[in-house]
Design a binder for this molecule. Structure first.
Ligand SMILES: C[S@@+](CC[C@H](N)C(=O)[O-])C[C@H]1O[C@@H](n2cnc3c(N)ncnc32)[C@H](O)[C@@H]1O
Length: 334
C-alpha cells in the first residue's frame, strides 16, 4: 500500500503544495479524506513531521512520477534500482549499487523528468570521518549542492557536501521541540546547521540553544539560518563538544545526535545537565541488544556518580538488517 502523510484538513493544501514543490508528492495516487484528516501520498520518507502511514488509495490517471517507469536500463539491473531517495531542499540524493553506476546519469535524468522540482541529483557514496560528511557526485541537473530545506515552516540553508544534514529527522526534531518548556537552556552537542535548535525555537520558547559542532562549516550555516528565520537565541559554536560544553551554563535539555559514538560523551553531557533535566541520546544498537544497552548506560552513569532514569526509548530508523538508530530520553535524577 502507498505511504502517505496524515495531516489535518486545514493544513492539507499547504502540505500538498510543499510536498509537490519538494518533488515527493505521489501524484499517481489520489488524496483521500478520513474524518478531520487528509491522507496525502508521498514518494520519499521526508514528511515535515506529520505521521506517515500506509493506506489503500485509488490510482489517479497522471503522467509517471516513478523514475523507474521512464528509465531505460538493462532488465537484469531493475531489481537493484532504489525505491527511495532523500530530498534536501531541491537536491535529490540517491544511493546506487556499483552495478548501477555506469547508468547513473540516465538515472539522474529520469528522476528529474518525473520530479520537475528537483534542481540537481547527486549520488551518495556514504558518510565519511568524524564530520559525517557525505561523498557526493552530481549526476544530473545544474548548480551546486547548497540549498534551502524547509521543515515546519523553518528554512534551513545547508550544503550536504560540506555538512551532515538528515532530512529524515523531522519528526524527531518536532517531538523534542514539543517537550521544551518556556525558558529552558538547551545544549545541542552535535548540531550540524542547527536544525534541532531552529525547529525548537520555532515551536517552543527556550531561553537559549547552544549549538555546537566540530565542523567549522556548520557554525557558518547555523548563523545564516538563525538570521534567515529571525531567531536570536541560537548560539552556534565550533569545537569538540566534550571541551566546548565545559564553558557553558548547566542545561535543562541536552541533544546528542551522533548515533555512532554519542554514548562515549554521556558523562560530559551529564556533567552539564541540571538535576531533573533530560538528555536525548541517539545510538545505533543491535535491535536484540536494546535492553542490555539501557542497563549498561544506567550502570555507567552510576559509576560516574549520576543517578538516571530512562524515560523513553524509540526506534528512529533502520540502520542495517539487524541494527537500528534509537533515541533514549535520559533524565538525570541525582
Ligand atoms: C549526525 S550529525 C548531526 C547533525 C544534525 N544534528 C542534524 O540533525 O542534521 C553529527 C554531527 O556531529 C558533529 N561532530 C562529530 N564529532 C563531534 C564532536 N566531538 N564535537 C562536536 N561535534 C561533533 C559532526 O560534524 C556532525 O555534524
Amino acid at each position: 500500500m502507498p505511504a502517505c502523510v496524515r495531516v489535518p484538513k486545514r493544513e492539507g493544501e499547504r502540505v500538498r503544495a510543499d510536498l509537490a514543490s519538494r518533488g515527493i508528492l505521489d501524484t499517481t495516487m489520489k488524496i483521500r479524506s478520513e474524518g478531520q484528516f487528509l491522507l496525502i501520498p508521498i514518494l520519499a520518507g521526508n514528511h515535515e513531521g506529520y505521521d506517515v502511514t500506509e493506506a489503500d488509495l485509488e490510482h489517479s490517471e497522471q503522467n509517471p512520477t516513478d523514475y523507474r517507469e521512464v528509465l531505460e536500463i538493462p532488465d537484469e539491473l531493475r531489481k537493484d534500482l532504489p525505491t527511495s531517495f532523500d530530498m534536501i531542499g531541491d537536491v535529490a540524493i540517491i544511493k546506487l549499487q556499483d552495478g548501477l553506476m555506469p547508468y547513473r546519469h540516465r538515472i539522474g535524468t529520469a528522476l528529474m523528468t518525473v520530479n520537475p522540482s528537483i534542481r540537481i541529483v547527486m549520488t551518495d557514496s556514504g558518510v565519511k570521518g568524524d564530520l559525517r560528511v557525505r561523498e557526493l557526485e552530481p549526476i544530473s541537473g545544474k548548480g551546486g549542492p547548497e540549498t534551502v530545506h524547509k521543515e515546519f515552516g523553518v528554512r534551513m540553508i545547508t550544503d550536504p557536501s560540506k555538512v551532515y544534514f538528515n532530512p529524515r529527522l523531522a519528526t524527531e526534531r518536532a517531538r523534542v521541540a514539543s517537550l521544551v518548556e518556556d525558558g529552558e537552556t538547551i545544549i545541542d552537542m552535535f548540531a550540524g546547521v542547527a536544525p534541532f535548535g531552529l525547529v525548537i525555537c520555532k515551536i517552543a520558547r527556550p531561553d537559549k540553544v547552544y549549538s555546537i559542532d566540530l565542523n567549522p562549516y556548520a557554525e557558518g550555516f547555523a548563523r545564516r539560518n538563525a538570521e534567515l528565520n529571525r531567531i536570536g537565541n541560537i548560539i552556534p559554536m565550533t569545537g569538540d563538544a566534550a571541551e566546548v560544553i565545559k564553558g557553558l551554563p548547566d542545561a535543562d535539555r541536552v541533544i546528542m545526535n551522533l548515533p555512532q559514538t554519542a554514548d562515549s560523551f554521556l558523562r560530559d553531557a551529564l556533567s552539564k545537565t541540571k538535576v531533573g533535566g533530560v538528555i536525548h541520546l541517539h545510538k545505533i544498537i543491535e535491535r536484540s541488544g536494546l535492553g542490555d544497552f539501557v542497563e549498561k548506560t544506567k550502570e555507567n552513569a552510576v559509576s560516574s556518580g549520576y543517578g538516571i532514569s530512562i524515560e523513553n526509548t524509540s526506534e528512529l530508523k533502520t540502520y542495517s538488517p539487524t541494527m537500528s538508530v534509537y533515541v533514549l530520553d535520559i533524565r538525570r535524577d541525582s
